[in-house]
Design a protein around this ligand. Structure first.
Ligand code: NAP
Ligand code: GCO
Length: 264
């Protein structure tokens, strides 16, 4: 019986994976046989990440790289190819958010979010695709968002980037599908990580943050997601099980996008 979900012999680069969603996805890949490579902005975080992977029994390769910097990305990919091997699986996970009302947001702040959340996935995918073509194929998984489909107050830049990332995903699928490259997205719902910590902080009186209560009412699963909830879908999209899935955004959201929300 073919093990559809094995990543034995594959090298996976997960960007921004010292912790959070990226760490969970990379850890799952290691459990099904992949060699793990990740990057972060600072050596301190790379070192912490390597230690965290080691604690989980995983030997990870870590590199310092700002994914918005094309020169650094090209150099990192070349270094990975010579030190570890050709990248078979790319997860464009690194991302930032700035929650600022649009008319109070500077153009520089808007550009910074677009740079990390949209330009960088383009830069990194562009760097890895040529070797994937030479090798006969590969998998690219872009971490999209509920905001690839929905807007909300204060996240104009983030939603614009994640909406663009959905279409970049579809375009890479369209342009490189003939080279046996599958490019898909994962659209996580609201996941408990450092990025969403401000939305879950307890109030002074110990009560739930209003947004915390809102998300629970909007989610059929009636809970926030955990990074581990994304591991199975991420393995599916990185494995042979999804070789005919291309240009698809897989929403892992507990049902938010299907649900009008619980009556108050
Ligand atoms: P997180 O906890 O904020 O972690 C983001 C990671 O990206 C950090 O390791 C960060 O490194 C790294 N990073 C940021 N800018 C970078 C750059 N220029 N170069 C290299 N690395 C960079 O975020 P998360 O919650 O795990 O989210 C991961 C991805 O999932 C993001 O794309 C996010 O938009 C998306 N997402 C999150 C949720 C959620 O509810 N949490 C839901 C949907 C989608 P530093 O630590 O050095 O800053
Ligand atoms: C926010 C949250 C969301 C999540 C995620 C939802 O401020 O609304 O940060 O954007 O991070 O993207 O899918």
């Amino acid at each position: 019986m073919t093990n559809w979900f094995s990543l034995e012999g594959k090298t996976a680069l997960v960007t921004g994976a010292s912790y959070g969603i990226g760490f969970a996805i990379a850890s799952a890949y290691a459990k099904v046989g992949a060699t793990i490579v990740f990057n972060d902005l600072k050596q301190e975080f790379v070192d912490k990440g390597i230690a965290a992977y080691r604690e989980a029994g995983i030997k990870a390769h870590g590199y310092v790289c700002d994914v918005t910097n094309e020169e650094q990305v090209d150099a990192m990919v070349k270094q990975i190819e010579s030190e570890v091997g050709v990248i078979d699986i790319l997860v464009n996970n690194a991302g930032i958010i700035k929650r600022i009302p649009m008319i109070e947001m500077s153009a520089a702040e808007f550009r910074q979010v677009i740079d990390v959340d949209l330009n960088a996935p383009f830069i990194v995918a562009k760097a890895v695709i040529p070797s994937m073509i030479k090798k006969g194929g590969g998998k690219i998984i872009n971490i999209c968002s509920m905001m690839s489909e929905l807007g909300r107050e204060t996240v104009a830049a983030y939603a614009s980037a994640k909406g663009g990332l959905k279409m970049l995903t579809r375009n890479i699928a369209s342009e490189y599908g003939e080279y046996n490259i599958q490019c898909n997205g994962i659209g996580p719902g609201y996941i408990a990580t450092p990025q969403t910590a401000p939305l879950r902080e307890r109030q002074a009186d110990g009560s739930r943050h209003p947004f915390d209560s809102f998300i629970i009412a909007k989610t059929p699963a009636a809970r926030w997601g955990n990074p581990e909830d994304l591991q199975g879908p991420a393995v599916f999209l990185a494995s042979a099980a999804s070789d005919f899935v291309n240009g698809h955004i897989l929403y892992v959201d507990g049902g938010i996008l299907a649900y009008i929300g619980k009556q108050p």
